[in-house]
Design a protein around this ligand. Structure first.
Ligand SMILES: NC(=O)c1ccc[n+]([C@@H]2O[C@H](COP(=O)([O-])OP(=O)(O)OC[C@H]3O[C@@H](n4cnc5c(N)ncnc54)[C@H](O)[C@@H]3O)[C@@H](O)[C@H]2O)c1
Length: 564
């Protein structure tokens, strides 16, 4: 589609509605908004300018003379009036969208786009200008972090989220236009579908449990746990990143139900899945006075879930736990199915136990603070469910992936629910991986070896290793003549468009060696009698376990892959 055609479609679909840009100071609402308006041939209006004009004072003067409440009230009225003048591109002040009435007005007469940026990006931009009233005093970075915590879950209600990266504005504007032209990205009527709430049952007899999925569930975690699992004591385990953004909310809800025992905050990162941290954590959980009927509550990504789930599995010979996953990877994969464990020098996840949680609470709104790279890495596991057993789901992702990344709305909930349901079905059939469950390792034999080769470092996240591994599994299957040609290309194209790596040379640093990778693949848990198990594919949506691939074939394949 040419740009002119794209613009034409967007304008038709917009009708009289305005594009409303929301986000924190420094996210680029004015600069991107002006460029977007220019492309669309629409007026650009900055709500802050209108407010200053209406009050005949600067925003700083309004804050100083009358206080924030007065300013917010005026802001709400001005935005409501402006929304009657569409179509236009309207940039709103950072706090405007926090007002429920304003959000409703935007839903009625606009398409909201949240320009999301990470803390360092925002700080770099705003510190160039020091005129923002909310950043004048004290520690601007701490103030900005507080604003992120309070506002990102609400901004996530916007119709679309666009990453405001350090890239030329035209690149971001082109992305917005392309996404607005995609059929599923824009509500067709002013009515806005509320983020649905879903529940998936993992059927394991008397150890069955529910996975609850919805935006905003964290606030109700205390009541949910108490009503389902009784008046227990909860020992929360989290990491520093998650704690900074969300721990206060979890502690408040547990305290309000009288079930909070204490929180233990670990260092973030894969290195925390170690014997040393397991020992420290286990002792600290005992110090919290957790007894057999009580609960460990892993609150974080897969690292915290695996580590704290393992601690729960061995504490007092096994106590119950409730997973509250906070990364996409943890919500769609690691929090469900009861695999827990730690890493050793010999490889990943080689020490652990199967220990099923009693409940999983997946709040999609917490994903708004997840760094985009981590979100993409989690998406690799989402795509995996389509690739291993559900071709229709993969096709749906190809058309709807932007909605999955976009906000905590219906597409994200659907992607998580479908993934969890797929995992739940496999786990119910084969809890301890004697058969079918191995399919969940599509891409993992290669992926784990690549992770080990990069030293579990920032060079390659787990999900990124899985993305490359899945592409390699498709390429190997095609080379072996098991899978029709063209499938690997389709998979690669999709993962690439999402921003995931798809080949070994995409990993920064280079220097891969086929023999070394083959040796690392030998550490895989799926090795039996020295024979490697591969998850190969007959087609998209049709994976199977093979023990027929001989090491020489793999070595030659790896050699070709390294130079790809
Ligand atoms: N048990 C299983 O079945 C299973 C399945 C797949 C993966 N895993 C394991 O999961 C781990 C990877 O999980 P992961 O990708 O979640 O890694 P992770 O736990 O390291 O989380 C990724 C990063 O995101 C941060 N983070 C998490 N939630 C956040 C939020 N809401 N806001 C801001 N920051 C947030 C974390 O602090 C961390 O820095 C690996 O150890 C892998 O082996 C286990």
């Amino acid at each position: 589609m040419t740009e002119a055609e794209t613009i034409d479609i967007v304008k038709k679909r917009l009708g009289k509605r305005s594009i409303v840009l929301v986000g924190l100071m420094g996210c680029g609402k004015s600069s991107i908004g002006k460029r977007l308006a220019f492309k669309l041939g629409l007026p650009f209006v900055d709500a802050d300018d209108e407010i200053e004009r209406a009050a005949a004072k600067t925003i700083n003067e309004i804050f100083t003379d009358h206080g924030e409440d007065h300013f917010r009230d005026g802001e709400r009225k001005v935005i409501s009036r402006l929304l009657g003048n569409g179509p236009q591109v309207l940039a709103t002040g950072g706090g405007a969208y926090m007002h429920p009435e304003t959000r409703q007005r935007v839903r009625d007469d606009g398409i909201s786009i949240w320009l999301r940026a990470d803390l360092p990006v925002l700080m770099r931009r705003v510190m160039k200008r020091d005129t923002r009233p909310l950043l004048r005093d004290g520690n601007p970075e701490a103030t900005m972090l507080k604003l992120i915590e309070a506002r990102y879950p609400v901004y996530a209600e916007a119709d679309m989220t666009v990453e405001s990266r350090e890239e030329p504005h035209d690149v971001i504007v082109a992305e917005i236009l392309n996404r607005l032209a995609t059929p599923t990205s824009m509500p067709t009527t002013a009515a806005h579908a509320p983020a649905p709430s879903r529940s998936v049952r993992v059927e394991l007899g008397d150890r069955s449990y529910d996975v609850l999925i919805a935006s905003g569930l964290l606030r109700d975690a205390g009541a949910l746990i108490r009503s389902r699992l009784g008046a227990v004591k909860c020992g929360v385990v989290t990491d520093e990143n998650v704690a900074r953004h969300h721990l206060a909310t979890l502690e408040d809800t547990l305290k309000s139900e009288g079930i909070f025992a204490g929180s233990i905050v670990m260092k973030p990162g894969e290195a925390t899945k170690s014997f040393r941290d397991l020992a420290t954590l286990s002792e600290r959980l005992l110090e919290l006075g957790l007894e057999r009927g009580d609960l460990v509550v892993p609150f974080g990504g897969g690292v915290i879930g695996d580590l704290a789930g393992f601690a729960a599995g061995i504490l007092r010979r096994g106590i119950r736990f409730v997973q509250i996953p906070t990364s996409l990877l943890a919500q769609v994969d690691s929090s469900v199915g009861g695999k827990t464990g730690i890493n050793t020098l010999q490889g990943k996840n080689l020490i652990g136990v199967f220990h099923q949680p009693s409940l999983v609470i997946a709040d999609t709104a917490v994903l708004t603070t997840l760094p985009p790279r981590e979100m993409r890495a989690g998406y690799a596991e989402v795509a995996k469910y389509g690739l291993l057993g559900d071709a229709q789901f993969f096709a749906w992702l190809e058309s709807n992936w932007q909605g999955v990344f976009g906000n905590s709305g219906p597409a994200l909930t659907k992607a998580i629910e479908t993934s969890v349901a797929a995992k739940a079905a496999i786990v119910a059939r084969d809890e301890t991986e004697t058969g079918d469950r191995a399919l969940l390792n599509l891409g993992h034999t290669f992926g784990h070896a690549l992770e080990a080769w990069t030293g579990y470092s920032d060079r390659l996240l787990h999900g990124e290793g899985v993305a490359i591994g899945m592409c390699m599994a498709f390429r190997l299957s095609e080379e072996l003549g098991i899978c029709p040609p063209g499938r690997a290309e389709r998979v690669t194209n999709h993962l690439k468009v999402v921003g995931l790596p798809t080949k070994i040379s995409d990993i920064p640093g280079g220097g891969a060696n086929a023999d070394e990778l083959l040796r690392l693949m030998g550490q895989d848990k799926k090795v039996r009698g020295g024979k490697l198990a591969f998850i190969l594919v007959r087609d998209i949506g049709w994976a199977f376990v093979s023990r027929e691939v001989i090491p020489e074939t793999v070595r030659a394949f790896l050699g070709r892959e390294i130079t790809r």
